[in-house]
Write a protein of this length. Sequence first.
Length: 213
Amino acid sequence: MMLIDLHIHTSPLSPCSALDADEAIETAKGLGLDGICFVEHDAIWPKGEIKAFAQRHKFLILRGMEVNTNYGHIMVFGLEEYREDMYSFDRLLTYIQSVNGATIIAHPFRDPQYLRGGYGIMHWGLKPEDASQRPVFHLVDAVEVFNGHNSPGENGLALEVARHLGLAITGGSDAHTKEEIGAYVTLIKNKIGDEEDLIREIKLGKTEAQRLF
Ligand SMILES: [Zn+2]
Ligand SMILES: [Zn+2]
């Protein structure tokens, strides 16, 4: 069983983040996690740099991207670079399929109001059965059901939808600062050592999500 924070943003690849990669790794180690994953906004760490971090810290470090698409924020694994046309979810899916990668819909019910400090009302009353009909849930490999920047209601609805559709689930802090790391984690039943392993476990549905603190 491995505990991994699958959703971390570092600076400068994610300009909105105040988190230095070395600091993020040390913090995750200090929390007793088994690994972390950098998913930068529309950008990806070069493979060599991640390898160097992993060797220096003797820690599992995975990488992906959080791509801004017309279907929302999609976490992707298996791709080596960002392209502008990935804003089109269809296009992104074509790229992912060509490398046998994996996709996770990130924080599917995040209300923009919440980001501005309030809980908003956008999704009040939305039933899981109705929300489950959104096309994106039928096209991704997993749903991020616990996100550290979401309200409990938004996370709860994501979990209900994932259960309703029998989809794989993940959790991550969406950390942009040191203090946020590890708020939610993904549990992976089998031991994994790289992104290829992660993709396989996601596609087999062998991931769970939980709150860490
Ligand atoms: Zn996002
Ligand atoms: Zn994010």
